[in-house]
Design a protein around this ligand. Structure first.
Ligand SMILES: N[C@@H](CCC(=O)N[C@@H](CS)C(=O)NCC(=O)O)C(=O)O
Length: 223
């Protein structure tokens, strides 16, 4: 693990290509929280996430981990909710139970259903234990992303609650999850033409510096 030398109050262990870390980077940027980035290379030397030091911090051996005030917090959604509680402005969940439920529905569709089956360790298991070739692995990812995006496209297109962002005209947890997943989709060359509403929201989000600065290509550890 290597680190950049900036302010130590918040430290984020991540990897430029990790979409779960990308979510946290967006949330930190939206809230203008300065962070010391610590880089965990998921591929080098069998994966630095499996090393003793990192495992002590996050027994799941996954990034991201946020370290703040003596706590090491794993799980991007737990981290983002923590940030939303300690730095409430701007809020990442809207007012009103129904609105909050809708934002969580979109966020969880990405974070609980699309993302986990496409994670690196799942891909490596497909490749190494089950003998799937690289083409099959890419097809697996495209399949699950397409299924998830089709549902989100319908949900977002058919709702008056959708605005410039997934919910209204301000970024929420829904956008924080959706935009990184679209970056993953591009990596496996999924055709995104069937999702014009997702594309419109993505274009708008990326015009916001908080999202743009969090892109994998803009990270110090980008390759
Ligand atoms: N549900 C977790 C997922 C974390 C996760 O899957 N992280 C990936 C990168 S996006 C990872 O560390 N993969 C390493 C591995 O599979 O070995 C979260 O939201 O933080």
């Amino acid at each position: 693990m290597t680190s950049s030398a900036t302010t130590p109050e918040f430290a984020l262990y991540g990897y430029f290509r990790s979409s779960a870390a990308f979510r946290v980077r967006i949330a930190l940027n939206l809230k203008s929280i300065p962070v010391e980035q610590k880089f965990v290379h998921l591929l080098r030397a069998g994966g630095e996430q499996h090393g003793t030091d990192y495992k002590a911090l996050n027994p799941q051996e996954l990034v991201p981990t946020l370290v703040h005030d003596g706590h090491a917090i794993g799980q991007s959604l737990a981290i983002i909710e923590y940030l939303d509680e300690i730095v409430p402005e701007p809020p990442l969940l809207p007012g009103g139970p129904a609105s909050r439920a809708r934002v969580r529905q979109i966020a969880y569709a990405v974070a609980c259903d699309i993302h986990p089956v496409n994670n690196l360790r799942v891909n490596l298991y497909l490749r190494d234990a089950l003998g799937a070739g690289d083409n099959a692995r890419a097809e697996w990812q495209r399949h699950w992303m397409a299924k998830g995006f089709a549902a989100l496209e319908t949900l977002l297109t058919n709702s008056d609650d959708t605005g410039a962002y997934c919910h209204g005209d301000s970024p929420t947890l829904a956008d924080v999850c959706l935009i990184p997943q679209l970056a993953n989709a591009r990596r496996v060359e999924l055709d995104l033409e069937p999702y014009p509403t997702l594309m419109r929201i993505e274009a708008h989000a990326l015009s916001n510096h908080a999202f743009e600065a969090a892109l994998p290509k803009n990270q110090p550890d980008a390759e």
